[in-house]
Design a protein around this ligand. Structure first.
Ligand code: URA
Length: 214
């Protein structure tokens, strides 16, 4: 017997080419994670045509519960940094390289697990479709997973952070740290790390204010 799968009930690796962001989001929302466990797919958020898209790794525990990207502790730190750097979150697009939360249970706690490269690769076509449909002029890669997805290969974040790299499609990508990296830092390193992170994000703010030289 041949099993027929509805086109909107695929897994992350299935390729269907949507022509609108709503259609893409419907596909992502109806998909199953490659690794079971997540409550839902967490979709990108922000205006179509936003000048910049911020790309994280994958939703965390709170994002999975609330169904919105960057609303947990890492998201709150990102909000604070955006606000200090002069970026209005409502004017940018915020999304993740991978749309489902991957975790391991420790007691009742759901602890983030880094996605395998093969899981990231399976989600890449969604991210690329999102970029094609939102059409940001530039991208901000928050951390190594996002940088790798956006640049198509490993990026040394500590070396490249604060730099604008260029993708094959011509879009520039600002490499910077993931907010979780700042949350994990030793207290004595946090102040300097925060200042350096803000300096990175101000480069994105400069682009938004038309002063970024793109
Ligand atoms: N970390 C991410 O990479 N994305 C989120 O949405 C939340 C935490």
């Amino acid at each position: 017997m041949t099993l027929k799968r509805s086109p909107t009930r695929g897994t992350a690796g299935d390729r269907i080419e949507p022509t609108t962001l709503d259609a893409l989001n419907a596909i992502i929302a109806a998909s199953k994670p490659l690794v079971p466990g997540a409550t839902r797919a967490v979709l990108g958020e922000g205006p179509i045509g936003a000048s910049i898209a911020f790309v994280g790794e994958q939703p965390g525990d709170q994002e999975d519960r609330q169904g919105r990207p960057f609303v947990g502790p890492a998201g709150q730190l990102l909000d604070q940094a955006m606000s200090e750097a002069g970026i209005d979150r409502h004017h940018v697009y915020v999304t993740n390289a991978i749309k489902h939360f991957k975790f391991e249970l420790r007691g009742k706690r759901r602890i983030h697990k880094t996605p395998a490269q093969q899981e990231a690769a399976a989600c890449l076509h969604w991210l690329e479709s999102e970029i094609a449909l939102v059409e940001p002029a530039a991208l901000v890669a928050l951390g190594a997973t996002a940088a790798r997805q956006l640049m198509g290969g490993i990026v040394a974040v500590t070396r490249e952070r604060g730099k604008w790299l260029r993708r094959a499609d011509g879009r520039r990508v600002l490499i910077t740290l993931h907010p979780s990296a700042l949350l994990r830092m030793e207290p004595e390193n946090k102040e300097a790390a925060w200042a350096a992170w803000l300096a990175d994000l101000r480069k994105a703010a400069a682009l938004l204010s038309g002063d970024g030289g793109l």
